[in-house]
Design a protein around this ligand. Structure first.
Ligand code: LLP
Length: 433
């Protein structure tokens, strides 16, 4: 057995890649490719690492389901007692369909509609993470109209640099997220005066794929300064929501473990005399990212001719998964590991440097560049760490049905989402008379 770094559930057995003991190429043959495959045990282990780190502290662990919102994934976390961080009415309906409890939901997002607010109020979500003065006012009106109270927390923008990709950094001044640190006091005072609102907490989220503890502690200090000022003003706060954002290993990143991150945060919270507060966290990627792979078959090899290479010719490995299935490389130039599901003897097929690209008609449609792989047409490749922001960001571009999804749990293989058919894709469209 030969486990892959950061992913003990993935290992080569006699040169065949397995996930929790299940042969991945065989799985691809059985269900077809592209295919997302997840390890239930890896997801549980990630959630339990957070739970263990939070032991002894009043807390609510809310899975940021935008990372992977398959019903079976939500069900798995709901059964472990997790709550959910949602950003739409659609996500709310998914949580309820999967057996999650509304009382453990926090509702984030800069653009909640009135309809979404009504739905969330009627279900009794735990808290609305409000991101602007205008939203605060609308939420107050909507709640009053429903004869209900909305529990609110203001998302403050601590203006710290999380040192991550600009598209997934959210805690800096120029971001659309949260209310400016300097305006928070005034908005809390307003929130307290508005009818049908109950101020219960404060929250921040500084970005995603963060690999250091420092930015979290900086943000925490800024938030605790505010908490002290808000309470001095006469508004008690019950909880601190410190968002998500912990990174995972895609290549050589070495992010802190949940234990290390949460441990450092709790230490700071207690040292500053805030240990009595309930602590909310909203991790997404770090609960599911390393638990999943995307399987894709090699359709064609299209090497450059030797004379083309000096002029920039490239060797293309054309696979059946594309940017519509996994958008991260095209959108963020994200590096994701790609490995062979069956390894050849060196003497049979030599490693060569390939650009792994999909069939979509865009030059940006690539999954990995300059990858040393020993491959032939018909082989299966696995894109690693694809459990987060893979399927949830998939689209139907080029009228490509979205991939099927499979969950491996205790050696059992469960199909948790069927592959979409073309007929389903245009079922809601109408011809002109
Ligand atoms: N809470 C809030 C308010 C968020 O906006 C996010 C993510 C999370 C929690 C969860 O963050 P996580 O623990 O997953 O880093 N599509 C991008 C990531 C976008 C993250 C957006 N917000 C990617 O594929 O890298």
């Amino acid at each position: 057995m030969n486990a892959l770094p950061g992913a003990p559930h993935l290992a080569y057995q006699q040169n065949r890649l397995t996930l929790d003991g299940v042969d991945l190429q065989a799985l691809g043959r059985q269900f077809g490719t592209p295919l997302y495959v997840y390890s239930a045990s890896a997801m549980r282990a990630a959630a339990q690492a957070y739970q263990k780190a939070l032991e002894g502290q009043p807390h609510l662990l809310c899975y940021a389901m935008k990372a992977n919102s398959n019903l079976a994934v939500l069900q798995l976390f709901a059964r472990l007692g997790l709550g959910f961080d949602i950003v739409s009415g659609g996500e709310l309906q998914r949580v309820l369909a999967a057996g999650g409890q509304a009382s453990k939901i926090v509702f984030s997002g800069v653009g909640k509609t009135r309809d979404e607010m009504v739905m969330a109020l009627r279900c009794g979500v735990r808290c609305f993470n409000v991101e602007s003065q205008a939203e605060l006012e609308v939420l107050s009106q909507v709640a009053a109209g429903e004869g209900l109270n909305a529990r609110v927390s203001l998302r403050v923008n601590p203006d710290v640099d999380a040192g991550t990709h600009p598209y997934i950094s959210t805690g800096l001044k120029g971001n659309k997220f949260g209310v400016a640190h300097g305006r928070a006091l005034e908005l809390y005072a307003q929130a307290r005066r508005l009818p049908s609102l109950e101020v219960v907490g404060i929250d921040c989220h500084i970005g995603s794929q963060i690999t250091e503890i420092g930015p979290y502690l900086d943000a925490l200090d800024r938030v605790l300064d505010l908490v002290e000022a808000i309470e001095a003003q006469g508004t008690p706060l019950h909880h601190l929501d410190l968002g998500g954002g912990l990174g995972i290993t895609y290549t050589d990143e070495q992010p802190p473990t949940p234990q290390a991150l949460v441990g450092a945060m709790l230490e700071r919270i207690r040292a500053r005399g805030h240990g009595h507060r309930e602590v909310f966290l909203e991790p997404g990627r770090s609960l599911v990212g390393n638990a999943g792979v995307l399987l894709t078959d090699v359709l064609y090899l299209k090497p450059a001719a030797p004379e083309e290479v000096p002029e920039g010719g490239r060797h293309f490995c054309i696979v059946d998964a594309a940017m519509n299935d996994l958008m991260r490389p095209a959108l963020y130039e994200a590096w994701m590991g790609i490995v062979e599901c069956v390894r050849y003897d060196e003497s049979a097929v030599a490693k060569q440097t390939w650009d792994v690209v999909g069939p979509v008609c865009e030059s940006g449609d690539w999954l990995g560049r300059d990858r040393a792989l020993a491959v032939q047409a018909g082989d299966t490749l696995a894109v690693l760490s694809a459990g987060a922001y893979g399927m949830t960001m998939a689209s139907n571009y080029n009228t490509r049905g979205r991939a099927a999804e499979v969950m491996i749990d205790g050696g059992q293989v469960h199909l948790i989402r069927e592959r979409e058919t073309a007929a389903e894709l245009f079922a809601k469209e109408r011809l002109l008379p």
